[in-house]
Design a protein around this ligand. Structure first.
Ligand code: SF4
Length: 360
């Protein structure tokens, strides 16, 4: 019962300082203090906000809660330093986020939806189905939990990629606000150029994003550059085929003048042949695009295999011969199921097993 009452309280970690003071009916200074406690010092309770009067802290506890996301699982790969957290949300939903380390660079991969409606053929999240959009607090909380679980040195500014579960442009407003919160100087102070939003090709979102007038980066999960294959791998292509995607990217380029990235997950014998590289080179012609080749993390039950390292190198070299800038990402965190959707699926399967066997 107490928990139900708490669950009904409004959540403040997705609010700006002025929204916090308005909601809690406190002076603007208090709103700024509370914001800094949450975002700068990652204070998880009002009791710990020691520069607020004790009586006020008691009052705040009855008016709001800080989080609506609790970390239930954190797994760290000894080999790569990758950390994956699973957060439990209200109504029993779960969401996952990943921290990837590459030498001194730390990247947070955040989710924007519970599950994903797009059902890309090679993706564990798509296979698990879709529940709902995340709210701003649930998105911001992922970054705050990853800082904790990853024990990230405060001197290091992480990169943020919206590349976890979900299509960010299907949840545009919450993603937009979470970016503005993450960029605040009195919060995590993450520079716009350190943030990347990755879309499967939602062209209305690309056009809107182009009009934002900010430096946040764009990435497009392409995976195939002919409509037949892309519609199989990324069913959103049936709604927004390559011609429309290309027009939206030209618009993005005109408006921003910025380079963007194509993500290409290499699947053995499916999209890793010379003709696929030629199609990609043709599609990218005239665009300021950079190609990121990603090794596929196998997902049990899905009918694909990762391309061999030799094939991946050959694919990258073919693109370079067409003057396409390309990087071949090394695999990260296969030992902890880092591919999107996989940890969640393992935990959900364990839960199902527990329920079926009456374990609690
Ligand atoms: S790859 Fe991304 S867009 Fe496609 S189903 Fe998975 S989470 Fe959704």
């Amino acid at each position: 019962m107490v928990n139900d009452v708490i669950r009904d309280l409004p959540v403040i970690c997705g609010l700006f300082p002025e929204e916090i003071s308005a909601l809690l009916e406190v002076e603007p200074l208090r709103g700024r203090q509370i914001f800094a406690w949450i975002h700068r010092r990652r204070q998880a309770s009002f009791d710990g906000m020691t520069d607020l009067p004790a009586a006020l802290r008691e009052t705040l506890k009855s008016r709001a809660r800080i989080w609506n996301a609790e970390c239930v699982e954190a797994v760290r790969s000894e080999k790569s330093g990758t950390v994956k957290v699973l957060l439990r949300l209200d109504r029993g939903d779960t969401v996952e986020s990943v921290l990837i380390r590459d030498r001194e660079r730390v990247t947070f991969c955040l989710s924007t939806q519970v599950g994903c409606p797009l059902r890309c053929a090679f993706c564990a999240t798509g296979a698990a189905g879709y529940r709902r959009n995340l709210d701003t607090a649930e998105i911001v909380a992922q970054a705050l939990w990853l800082l904790e679980a990853g024990q990230v040195n405060p001197e290091i500014h992480p990169n943020i990629v919206f590349m976890g579960m979900g299509e960010p442009f299907y949840n545009y407003d919450a993603v937009h606000k979470s970016i503005r919160l993450l960029m605040r100087k009195d919060g995590l102070n993450i520079g716009a150029r350190r943030i990347t939003v990755s879309t499967a090709g939602e062209v209305r979102g690309i056009r809107r994003f182009a009009d934002e007038g900010w430096q946040v980066r764009l990435s497009v999960s392409l995976h195939a550059a002919n409509n037949d294959l892309r519609s199989e791998l990324v069913p959103l292509n049936r709604r927004f085929p390559l011609e429309e995607l290309r027009a939206a990217l030209e618009y993005y380029q005109e408006r921003t003048g910025r380079q963007f990235t194509f993500e290409w997950t290499l699947l053995d014998g499916v999209n890793d042949q010379p003709q696929h590289a030629a199609e990609l080179a043709e599609f990218a012609k005239g665009l300021k695009a950079f190609v990121n080749l990603i090794p596929w993390n196998p997902v049990p039950g899905l009918p694909f295999k990762p391309s061999s390292p030799k094939r991946a190198v050959f694919f990258a070299e073919t693109l370079r011969r067409w003057n396409i800038p390309v990087t071949l990402r090394k695999e990260q965190g296969r030992d902890i199921d880092a591919a999107c959707g996989q940890l969640r699926r393992v935990v959900l399967d364990q839960k199902k097993f527990a329920i079926e066997n009456n374990f609690h």
